[in-house]
Design a binder for this molecule. Structure first.
Ligand code: ADP
Length: 461
């Protein structure tokens, strides 16, 4: 822009200069014509006794022409004779020493040039005058220094404007580029922070254009990344917790087994004590075996490779009624809607048996346990209600974790290891369902889950 302005400025100033100079030249030539006409007229008015125009008369007329007609100073003229011999020269005629134009001019040509002298710039004209019997040469000098000064002023003005434009342009471009590249700088900072491990850092969105969109997409990606990292961290934590709890669960039966085995091998025990020790070893061994089976069940359930079938709820409830036919010291009440659900039969039966088992363990002998099954919008709901000890609210979200038991000694005394609900959660996950726990300590619990109806599945109620 500055260059374009500089060039166009140069062009405009030069154009104005050339027009002004041409105008001045025109005026100088006009003035020269007027003067030569005036000279000729004055020569004609010379008294008739002179048949020739003597040099002193030429000088006289010239002096009159040089002095007259002008309010502001004298005219700069020079009159030369036939041999180009100078007859009159006004004071300050700058080209006095240079006769080039005079030599070039003949009787018919009218010539001019622009010259620079010490005092300034002039348009120098030369023309031949025929006066009486003589041919004389009239030279004029017109001061055009102002045109040159104006040109110099114009150039200097445009130089200054160009410099100001350059400076202002630099500042403005710097500002614009810093505004335009700000989203990129913020994005770069965000990537560096994230690369350094600060996954919660987000790039600030400062524009609505494509770069703004890029920043928003970057932040979405960062959100997804952070979520995945959080999930991985939680999984690692859960695994560590699981390992710790598992080791702890192994320790208790193993300590008992080792203790009793040591007693058997190092002491001579009577028959009753030997039997008791062997019995402890057997029951604790059985607990370990049950623990191993449960863990295996969880691992298998996590593999996700199960075959879903259509199962009638009648079959499921018939199985449960058979399973708990002995009553286990409780009063069972089964109530269900006939329907068909899509499930892996054995796994769903495992879930229900576990939940009913838990309800039995939590209740006093003789309590009522209700097992419900009813069709709901979007699926089929199974629910187990007991009137036992209940679960405190702050414990409700923990009981589905592996090895978690609200009351460890009570659960262990009932052969629990805190794995039942963890297994249920894994199985239900495969079925696209989850456990709902409603419980009031001292009043009992209602634990339920809904098996969602699959698309294209028809309800045969
Ligand atoms: P387990 O029954 O083998 O101890 P679970 O994972 O089935 O393990 O249950 C975890 C814990 O949740 C139990 O130890 C018990 O404290 C609590 N719990 C589960 N179901 C009930 C219930 N119906 N009423 C009260 N507490 C329950």
């Amino acid at each position: 822009m500055a260059l374009a302005l500089g060039f166009s400025g140069f062009y405009i100033v030069n154009y104005v200069f050339e027009t002004s100079l041409a105008r001045e030249v025109g005026q100088a030539l006009d003035e020269s014509s007027i003067l030569s006409f005036a000279f000729q007229t004055a020569a004609l008015n010379v008294p008739a006794k002179y048949s020739v125009l003597p040099d002193n008369t030429v000088e006289e007329i010239s002096a009159n022409l040089a002095n007259g007609g002008r309010s502001s100073g004298r005219r700069l003229i020079r009159i030369s004779g036939e041999e180009k011999k100078v007859l009159f020269i006004s004071d300050g005629f700058a080209a006095a020493t240079d006769n080039e134009l005079l030599i070039q001019t003949d009787e018919v040509t009218k010539s001019y040039r622009v010259i620079s002298a010490k005092e300034g710039y002039y348009v120098h004209t030369c023309v031949a005058i025929t006066a009486l019997d003589r041919i004389l040469y009239l030279e004029t000098m017109r001061d055009v220094s102002e045109v040159f000064t104006e040109r110099a002023l114009g150039f200097s003005l445009y130089r200054r404007v160009t410099m100001i434009m350059l400076a202002a342009g630099t500042v403005i471009m710097h500002f614009i580029s810093s505004v335009l590249t700000k989203p990129i700088r913020l994005l770069t900072r965000a990537t560096k922070r994230m690369a350094a491990g600060d996954y919660s850092y987000r790039a600030k969105c400062v524009s609505r254009d494509e770069l703004g969109q890029l920043t928003r997409d970057f932040n979405h990606m960062a959100n997804a990344l952070e979520e995945n990292i959080d999930k991985l961290e939680q999984e690692i934590e859960a695994k560590e917790e699981f390992m710790g709890a598992f080791a702890h669960e192994l320790k208790t039966p193993l300590t008992a087994i080792i203790g009793y085995a040591d007693m058997l091998r190092s002491h001579k025990l009577d028959e009753e004590k030997s039997f008791m020790s062997a019995n402890y070893i057997y029951t604790e061994g059985k607990r370990l075996e049950a623990l191993a089976f449960r863990l295996l069940d969880i691992i298998v359930a996590k593999r996700d490779e199960v075959q879903m079938q259509e199962v009638s709820t009648e079959d499921i409830f018939a199985y449960l009624q058979d399973m708990f036919a002995d009553g286990r010291g409780m009063v069972f009440y089964f109530d269900y809607d006939k329907d068909v659900v899509l499930a892996e039969t054995n796994l769903i039966k495992t879930v229900l048996v576990n939940l009913i088992d838990n309800a039995c363990k939590a209740s006093e002998p003789g309590s009522e346990i209700d097992v419900y099954g009813y069709t709901v919008e979007g699926g089929y709901c199974f629910g187990i209600k007991d009137y036992g000890i209940g679960i405190p609210e702050q414990e409700q979200h923990k009981i589905t974790k592996a090895f978690y038991m609200v009351d460890k000694s009570r659960s262990r005394s009932k052969n629990g290891a805190g794995l039942g609900l963890a297994l249920c959660v894994e199985i239900l996950k495969i079925h696209g369902s989850e456990l709902q726990i409603e419980s009031e300590p001292g009043e009992g619990s209602f634990i339920s889950f809904v098996l969602p109806r699959q698309e294209g599945y028809t309800n045969e109620k």
